[in-house]
Design a protein around this ligand. Structure first.
Ligand code: HMG
Ligand code: MG
Length: 300
């Protein structure tokens, strides 16, 4: 069984210019939960002017809590600092995702802090989360390459991953934020990671900016990775990484995995409907090759 962490409502929508109604985001999340996805990142408790699409985080999460918490799905939310954590806790969030990067230039633009400063902030949050029994996932952005610093040395990835595990995150998601990773690099970086950390505690988070995401996932599978982040319909990007298009599409990942006999528990017809709905609200076509074919032919 492969675990998919659906990041469409957060990573997918955060870069979309047209601000969606909270009710439409909720309908999207509800449809994703109904499709069999077991982990859906809902929103971010960040500064509203930084990411305007996430300004309704409180209202959206409250609705998810009231109406979807019985579904057995986990609904993590992104938190950048103690202020975001306090809000998340008050609303009843059960899992948070913290984020840092291998590159100081990127973290400065993204969260107005160096990597070291981001660890100070994350330490404060994790101390509280431990007391409150809230699960913490960690992201490392720019793991393979940075829009400002170019190719990133694997030593930086190992060091930041180690610091995240020392803080107490249960899993580290390795982010190819700007979609520059190539299969040979992915293989060698995963080999380096798995010589230091249990492979079951690592996830891969590929953006498909240069069309390499599925190939990189195939290589990751060969190296033993069993958790992948993806985004319904291929929504996504990062506002602080120019030219970074969507996360790899969940539908494309599903097609690859099922062709390998790997189960995800996803009902593809329901997932496609969730994506069709939100893409309609955004008024944009999908980035997913599979979804395009499926919606026009009705066939897998
Ligand atoms: P800052 O301006 O340095 O913060 O922003 P500050 O502490 O100086 O505070 C300034 C104002 O922001 C104050 O308000 C604070 O209260 C408020 P004022 O007194 O001026 O009215 N503030 C907040 N408001 C709401 N929620 C908060 C919060 N914190 C402070 N949590 C900050 C620093 C981190 C807040 C800001 O830079 C920020 O929100 N950044 C968000 C960046 C972001 O969400 N990026 C995208 C997600 S990361 C990603 O996509 C990568 C990933 O997908 C993996 C991959 O692909 O690699 C995860
Ligand atoms: Mg991302």
């Amino acid at each position: 069984m492969i675990r998919i962490v659906e990041v469409g409502p957060r990573d997918g929508l955060q870069n979309e210019k047209s601000i969606l109604a909270t009710e439409d985001k909720f309908q999207f999340i509800s449809a994703l939960a109904d499709s069999g996805l077991k982990s859906i990142e809902v929103t971010s408790f960040v500064k509203a002017p930084a990411i305007p699409q996430m300004a309704d985080a409180n209202e959206l999460f409250s609705k998810v809590k009231t109406e979807l918490f019985d579904s057995g799905v986990s609904f993590p939310c992104l938190v950048p600092n103690l202020k975001g954590y306090e809000t998340a806790k008050k609303l009843g969030v059960k899992e948070i995702a913290l984020f840092t990067a291998t590159s100081d230039s990127f973290t400065k633009k993204n969260i107005n802090a160096t990597v070291d400063e981001s660890f100070e902030r994350m330490r404060e949050v994790v101390e509280e989360a431990k007391k409150d029994k809230i699960m913490v996932r960690g992201y490392v952005s720019t793991a393979f390459g940075c829009p400002y610093e170019g190719t990133m040395d694997v030593k930086k990835l190992i060091s930041v991953t180690k610091r995240l595990f020392e803080l107490g995150v249960y899993e580290v998601s390795v982010g190819d934020t700007i979609g520059v990773a190539i299969p040979m690099q992915v293989r060698s970086y995963i080999r380096a990671l798995k010589s230091e950390f249990p492979i079951g505690k690592l996830a891969m988070h590929f953006h498909d900016t240069r069309g390499m995401a599925l190939t990189n996932i195939y290589v990751s599978l060969e190296e033993g990775i069993t958790t992948f982040d993806s985004s319904a319909g291929g929504l996504g990007g990062c506002p602080y990484a120019k030219g970074a298009t969507g996360n790899v599409a969940t539908e494309d990942v599903w097609y690859l995995l099922q062709s390998q006999g790997l189960d995800t528990g996803i009902d593809i017809a329901k997932l496609a409907e969730a994506s069709r709905f939100i893409l309609g609200k955004l008024g944009r076509p999908t980035e997913s090759k599979f979804l395009k074919a499926y919606l026009s032919t009705g066939k897998i």
